[in-house]
Design a protein around this ligand. Structure first.
Ligand SMILES: Nc1ncnc2c1ncn2[C@@H]1O[C@H](COP(=O)(O)OP(=O)(O)OP(=O)(O)O)[C@@H](O)[C@H]1O
Ligand SMILES: [Mg+2]
Length: 573
């Protein structure tokens, strides 16, 4: 019963609905009794009406049928509906929790997993849990139904009932074998659906690359391969499920043959009435259904157990950037940031040091510039300040306090980051700027846009600030996107600015606009800037020249030029 352990983790989700579940389960008893109804109806129909010609009984039976199904209507509705409510609510709660948990995880999880896989975990896996919850009332209803039918069958003819038991061992074998196999394939199916989502997500979000490089055929093949495999697994499952049903029927037909033979002989010899035999067959037929349904429950529980394993595996992931247990309170930013002998390697490649023994000071009000070849480790360096990643050795100190001891909330308020690749949401211009500071008023947003030299182009858009800018801001130019992200940084009103200049060159006009926006943003602010344009670097108080993760030169623009080392070489390029 491996599956039970993973399913038990659902308990806290079900607890608030304990009454819904209880009432639904209790209703299983009358429902089971109502299910038994057709068997005695058949018995009286044959014995009293057809054989004895009792017309009074006929009326009673006709009314009885209608009453039976009226009661069935009410009981059945609540029995199922109450549990469906639980299913919907629990599904929602699991999705919400998964989403929130994933949001709280550190960035390395999102590089380790493909986005498509994570989407499928949040979107698809909880639906498997639904069936497991629905099976709670099946697990109550069907055994009761079975027992009632069994008792009734015993009361009709105990010998035939005992004979019936031959059928159970082979049935149990079929059920357990299919259940085991199905669990394996259904796990595969979920993995395949994750792959499929990854391919779809990637090819759609990279549609421009797909088109320019004529990669349609390439991504189509990837998609077809995945969907082929998915279908292959689906068909395996279909074959197993569909083979199980006629197999069950085949096994039961043997016993049915036996019963027809023995039962028929008992009727012929007058030991049993024909109505009793018909009722017995009806009860027998009704008894196969609980077995079939319970087998299905076994399968669904196995599926759900697999889904639960995957879901709770995500809940077991812990952020690699934990908030300190007792954080040191931070009241603004007063002195500066010290970087002390830091080394850094990405968590998924711990052997490869991206930064080696880097130290420098960033005093309040000053500007430090990082320059260096592509891949030198500049962007990696700035990701350490808001603790997107943690240093591997050494430390970063904010007003003398190790940033690891400050709460992430406080720490991240200190920084406004304009990163190398801008990310914009598929929402309005206004909402995208508001991301800088969620409480900002429309006036403040407008002012931020003005200072970011973005007002002109925004007002030229069809709906101004209310224009929807498309996935990742596709409806805007590169320079426009950058200015929106600069407007965000203005709005943030954070004391320290981290600027990772975009490497892609813009045309001169929009470059100038972006440049003036940046100059204004840096004014009177503590800034750490990664610059590719020397015009930006020139005025920095300290320039660090990086090479292969190390600071190879440091000084002001003039000092470095005189050294005629790496920096001077850059300058001449
Ligand atoms: N998420 C990651 N996981 C593992 N390695 C990474 C990751 N991001 C970057 N790297 C590696 O770190 C090295 C430094 O990258 P980084 O982005 O810091 O360079 P950079 O100096 O900013 O370059 P550029 O000027 O081109 O922006 C690269 O060689 C890259 O392979
Ligand atoms: Mg970079």
């Amino acid at each position: 019963m491996m599956e039970m352990k993973s399913l038990l983790r659902l308990k806290p989700y079900l607890r608030p609905y304990i009454w819904f579940i209880a009432i639904s389960a209790i209703l299983a008893i009358p429902l089971a009794a109502l299910r038994l109804g057709p068997a005695p109806l058949a018995k009286y129909l044959v014995n009293d009406v057809l054989v004895e010609h009792n017309s009074w009984m006929l009326t009673r039976l006709a009314i009885g049928v209608v009453l039976l199904y009226t009661a069935n209507f009410v009981v059945r509705f609540f029995h199922f509906y109450l549990l469906r409510v639980v299913v919907a609510r629990v599904n929602q709660k699991i999705k919400n929790d998964l989403y929130e948990h994933l949001l709280g995880l550190s960035a390395d999880y999102f590089t380790a997993q493909s986005t498509g896989t994570l989407i499928s975990r949040v979107g698809v896996d909880p639906t498997y849990v639904d069936a497991a919850i629905m099976s709670i009332n099946t697990l109550v209803r069907e055994p009761i139904t079975f027992l009632l039918l069994f008792g009734y069958a015993m009361s009709l003819n105990w010998r035939l009932t005992v004979l019936m038991f031959i059928v159970f061992p082979p049935l149990a074998w079929v059920f357990s074998t299919t259940g085991r196999n199905l669990k394996r394939y259904i796990g595969k199916l979920s993995e395949e659906s994750a792959h499929l989502y990854s391919v779809i997500q990637e090819s759609f979000s990279g549609v421009r690359v797909v088109k320019t490089f004529r990669l349609e055929e390439y991504v189509r093949r990837k998609f077809y391969d995945r969907s082929n495999y998915y279908t292959h697994v689906m068909l395996k499952i279909a074959a197993m499920e569909e083979a199980a049903h006629p197999m069950v029927e085949l096994i039961t037909s043997f016993i049915l043959g036996l019963m027809i033979y023995y039962g028929g002989r008992q009727v012929l010899s007058g030991e049993m009435s024909s109505g009793d035999l018909i009722a017995f067959f009806a009860a027998f037929a009704l008894m196969i259904n609980p077995l079939r349904v319970l087998n299905e429950v076994n399968i669904r529980l196995n599926q759900a157990a697999g889904a639960c394993d995957r879901i709770f595996q995500i809940f077991d992931w812990k952020s690699n950037i934990p908030d300190p247990v007792s954080p040191v309170p931070l009241s603004g930013f007063h002195q500066g940031i010290e970087v002390r002998q830091i080394s850094f390697a990405y968590p998924d490649a711990p052997q490869r040091l991206i930064l080696k023994d880097v130290s420098f000071d960033l005093k309040i009000g000053k500007t430090v510039a990082l320059v260096g070849a592509s891949g030198a480790g500049k962007s990696s360096m700035v990701s350490l300040f808001p603790r997107i990643f943690d240093v591997t050795a050494g430390g970063i100190f904010l007003d003398g306090q190790n940033i690891r001891n400050v709460s992430l909330g406080d720490l991240r308020k200190i920084f406004a980051v304009v990163s190398q690749d801008v990310f914009l949401f598929n929402d309005t211009v206004e909402e995208n700027i508001r991301c800088g500071r969620l409480g900002a008023t429309p006036e403040e947003i407008r002012e931020a846009a003005r200072r970011a030299h973005a007002l002109d182009f925004i007002e030229g858009l069809p709906d101004g600030f209310s224009t929807i800018i498309g996935d990742r801001g596709q409806k805007l130019s590169g320079g426009e996107r950058q200015r929106l992200s600069i407007a965000r940084a203005f709005l943030r009103e954070a004391p320290v600015l981290i600027l990772d200049e975009a490497t892609s060159s813009l045309d001169t006009a929009s470059e100038r606009a972006v440049q003036s926006a940046l100059d204004e943003l840096m004014l009177n602010r503590t800034t750490l800037i990664i610059a590719h344009r020397l015009s930006t670097v020139k005025h920095a108080d300290l320039i660090l020249v990086m090479k292969d993760g190390e600071v190879v030169e440091r000084g002001t623009h003039d000092e470095l030029l005189q050294k005629s080392g790496e920096y001077a070489k850059f300058h001449h390029v």
